[in-house]
Design a protein around this ligand. Sequence first.
Ligand SMILES: Nc1nc2c(c(=O)[nH]1)N[C@H]1C(S)=C(S)[C@@H](COP(=O)(O)O)O[C@H]1N2
Ligand SMILES: [Mo]
Length: 196
Amino acid sequence: MSFITRGFSGRSRDRDPRLPPGQTLTEDWPVLSAGPTPRVTPADWSFSVQTENGTKTWSWDELRALGLEDITTDIHCVTHWTKLQMPWRGVPLDAVFSEVETAHEFVMAHSYGGYTTNVPLEDLLDGKSWIAFEADGEPLDPEHGGPARLLVPHLYFWKSAKWVKGLVTMPTDDPGFWEQNGYHLHGDPWREERYW
Ligand SMILES: Nc1nc2c(c(=O)[nH]1)N[C@H]1C(S)=C(S)[C@@H](COP(=O)(O)O)O[C@H]1N2
Ligand SMILES: [Mo]
């Protein structure tokens, strides 16, 4: 009897069902940056959303006043590591877009330092993304995107732009930095949307 159940349930028992295909668990938190770490202080930091109707900008205090939430979520890097149940704190993009009107369906996230990444607006709304200020109960380290980064945990982590400074809405899904270099336009880890 054991030889029947072994190959079967042994496999699914070993593999955590929270792990997307091709991913392995990590306990630490690797740093992955395409360039040097920009040094931005909360006093220097602001966040803008530019749409076809104009640009709205929030200071550090104004953005945080939109309402901080605590989130516990898994994160998945395209380089095959997954970190489970990480605590984060940030302002949901729903709160930002409640103050912005656009008919565009896509956004380009822009970072201090020049990094960009494209995301469909529907992947940012309905509780799916945040401007994050803290992780593991501490202000974000500069290496991890401090003082503030985008957090879009249901997509591969390259979509979670560190040192985020704003979003520009777009009528079409134009590729950002890694997407122009072969990464998938969308990046769903459950569909293994790694490269294209
Ligand atoms: N501004 C900026 N954001 C970025 C990157 C980057 O190079 N610059 N790298 C991306 C990639 S590829 C990953 S996997 C994650 C890594 O975040 P971490 O260094 O906090 O683990 O940030 C993403 N956001
Ligand atoms: Mo990455």
